[in-house]
Write a protein that binds this ligand. Structure first.
Ligand SMILES: Cc1ncc(COP(=O)(O)O)c(CN[C@H](C(=O)O)[C@H](C)O)c1O
Length: 348
């Protein structure tokens, strides 16, 4: 049985069109700004996000860190969600490498910070206190069902940031999932933020990379930050070529991933022993839990799914799971997963 992998959309491997484009890509030394394919990707990414310039980076984590380093300095503070990816899942890079202090705030069921709480979190100009410099937002919001947050929320955050002289960076790892789920152009979302990182390597299916977009001056600073992190790449056009295919061919099909996630949630809702909130499934993520009468832990269920059906799944605490759909998950794979899970729970 081939592996059916619901752990993340990061496991998606490149399409045949990407591999062909990678093999044929014109290249140059990107540290000197001479890789034509990277330059084309950065220009296209900037256009798709309504920004002046783009910077091709190795990962979403690197894109977010370059943004923080370009916006803020040592001893300055970034206000962010306590369950945001950049706070919890990026190795503490902003503090460890940038000396930037995270200031976490609670988020609601959808991943929103309260704009008033953001305003209250801004530090006074007092030598006892760090200086507030940056607000970090995320869309879609990974820790809350991959929920697609609306432009109006970011308009509220941006207004608070502007009133206090702060910049706003968006971790838009799944920006295009959020846009497609709301049937809006990505620029309707990104117009409210100063900079945005989006991932080519998740639902868009490229093998590597993300693009950080912002003003020309900001990207000049971010490029220096990338170099300091060792992220200056040479003939990176081989990788950027896949990113061009991702942006040109893989955005609209994200709706298929969202449909498969909804189909999965509907099937899970019919399974005894499983709890799922189908209302929150708006993009490519399905969070669900084992009901109390199931004697197995999430890890034990995940192990049995791998052993019995080669279905791979992420766990979320002792009783929870996260399933993520992507280009290589279709209706058949959803069916195999549901049948395998039903069998495992029937034998629990
Ligand atoms: C919202 C968000 N922002 C940034 C990143 C980092 O992207 P990479 O550094 O992995 O390219 C991720 C990756 N998320 C991965 C996943 O979801 O499987 C893991 C958890 O790191 C992300 O979900």
């Amino acid at each position: 049985m081939d592996r059916i992998d619901f752990r993340s959309d990061t496991v998606s491997w490149p399409t045949p069109a990407m591999r062909a484009a990678m093999a044929a890509a014109p290249v140059g030394d990107d540290v000197y700004g001479e890789d034509p394919t990277v330059n084309e990707l950065e220009a296209l990414a900037a256009a798709r996000t309504g920004k002046e310039a783009g910077l091709f980076v190795a990962s979403g984590t690197m894109g977010n860190l370059c943004a923080v380093l370009a916006h803020a300095g040592r001893g300055e503070e970034a206000i962010l969600g306590a369950d945001s990816h950049v706070y919890s899942w990026e190795a503490g890079g902003m503090a460890a490498l940038g000396g930037v202090i995270p200031h976490p705030l609670p988020t609601d069921a959808y991943g929103r910070m309260d704009p008033e709480a953001v305003a209250d979190a801004v530090r006074e100009d007092d030598p006892h206190l760090p200086r507030s410099r940056l607000v970090l937002v995320e869309n879609s919001y990974g820790a809350k069902h991959g929920y697609p947050l609306p432009p109006a929320y970011f308009a509220e955050i941006a207004a608070v940031a502007r009133q206090n002289g702060l910049a706003v960076h968006m971790d838009g790892a799944r920006l295009f999932n959020a846009a497609v789920a709301q049937q809006i152009d990505a620029t309707e979302i990104t117009r409210h933020v100063d900079s945005v990182t989006f991932c080519l390597s998740k639902g868009l299916c490229a093998p590597v990379g993300s693009v950080l977009c912002g003003s020309a001056d900001f990207i000049y600073r971010a490029r220096r930050a990338r170099k300091s992190l060792g992220g200056g790449m040479r003939q990176a056009g081989v990788l950027a070529a896949a990113g061009l295919v991702a942006l040109n061919e893989m955005i609209d099909r994200l709706a298929d991933d969202h449909a498969h996630a909804r189909r999965l949630a509907e099937g899970l809702a019919r399974l005894p022993g499983v709890g799922v909130n189908g209302e929150m499934v708006r993009t490519n993520m399905v969070f669900f839990d084992l009901s109390d009468d199931v004697a197995l832990s999430a890890d034990e269920v995940a192990d049995r799914l791998r052993q019995s059906a080669n279905v791979w799944l992420g766990t979320n605490g002792r009783r929870g799971f996260r399933a993520v759909t992507h280009c290589w998950i279709g209706a058949d794979e959803v069916r195999v997963f549901l049948d395998a899970l039903e069998n495992v729970l029937a034998r629990a």
